[in-house]
Design a protein around this ligand. Structure first.
Ligand code: FE
Ligand code: FE
Ligand code: ZN
Length: 294
């Protein structure tokens, strides 16, 4: 089976989904993930049908599957905090409409941070919120992301995610997105990934795993920091990441890079995807990226 690999791309006002497809193609990707506007705010523009049509034509021409495309909900959305839950629910309801209009089937969501309440209360708030958002008619799957456990984040263990999944009434519409940097920072040892997958399968069930974020980490295991690093340049390392990307049990699951831009300016994805496909670590990654984009 073909590797499904992509990166975080930007959604711009003019070209919208079409621009996302073009950006992904420029990286040699066969899928991508995007926010339907700025990741840090909830201002959203009307979807232009014309651009959706053009985007679909290009997807077809390039043999990319709509089912592999991921949308990330803005990270300021917080279902865990009672003060922000109401807004989060109404935003997510609107977001689901937009996502369904685009024909995309997976939304990645950070479960939330239990600001001002206990973690258990935070988890109950997340469950309550998801039950307000997801009903019988919902077509998309909401994929809860594994978190690093920074501050008061909920969802940094498989057990917490399982508790949320179990609390949702229509939980066939809830999946999980595993982020390699986050689980490493949360304390999981990625040099023993087979064990992690067995544990995941036992607690949550492997069929729930719908998306994988491929990131190296700037920090040590259990640091609870959540700072992404370029592939092979962090504390997880190239061979551990490659073992995850090519793991036989994870075939067919979209893998998305969210690694940092070089000098905050140049996207690393074209070159990271190249080294992943070649299964060869590029020790000149930064130089190659800079000379390509300059
Ligand atoms: Fe995320
Ligand atoms: Fe992520
Ligand atoms: Zn992160």
């Amino acid at each position: 089976m073909e590797l499904i690999i992509g990166a975080h791309v930007s959604y711009k006002k003019e070209e919208q989904l079409l621009g996302c497809v073009k950006e992904a193609l420029s990286y040699g990707a066969n899928t991508f993930m995007f926010y339907t506007g700025a990741p840090q705010n909830t201002m959203r523009t009307e979807i232009k049908e014309e651009k959706v049509k053009e985007a679909y034509a290009l997807l077809k021409k390039e043999n990319m599957q709509v089912k592999d495309i991921i949308i990330h909900a803005p990270y300021i959305i917080n279902l865990a905090n009672p003060k922000t839950a109401e807004f989060a629910v109404s935003f997510l309801k609107e977001e689901i409409k937009r996502v369904e209009k685009l024909g995309i089937t997976k939304i990645v969501l950070h479960p939330g941070s239990h600001v001002g309440v206990t973690k258990e209360e935070g988890i109950q708030n997340i469950i309550r919120g998801l039950n307000q958002v997801i009903d019988r008619t919902t077509k998309v799957m909401i994929c809860l992301e594994t978190m690093a456990g920074k501050g008061t984040e909920c969802g940094s263990t498989f057990e917490e995610l399982k508790q949320i999944v179990d609390g949702v009434n229509y939980n066939e519409k809830v999946g999980v997105c595993l982020d390699t940097c986050h689980i490493h920072d949360a304390g999981y040892d990625l040099s023993n990934f087979d064990e992690i997958l067995l544990h995941f399968d036992k607690i949550i069930g492997l069929s729930k795993l719908q998306c994988i974020h491929i990131n190296d980490s700037k920090n040590e295991r259990s640091s609870h920091k959540d700072r992404h690093e370029n592939i092979g340049y962090g504390t997880i390392g190239f061979s551990n990441l490659l073992a995850i990307i090519y793991h036989s049990k994870l075939e067919g699951i979209p893998k998305i890079l969210e690694t940092p831009y070089v000098d905050k300016e140049f996207p690393p994805y074209k070159f990271e995807i190249e080294e992943i496909r070649a299964k060869t670590y590029n020790e000149n990654l930064y130089e190659d990226i800079k000379s390509f984009y300059k």
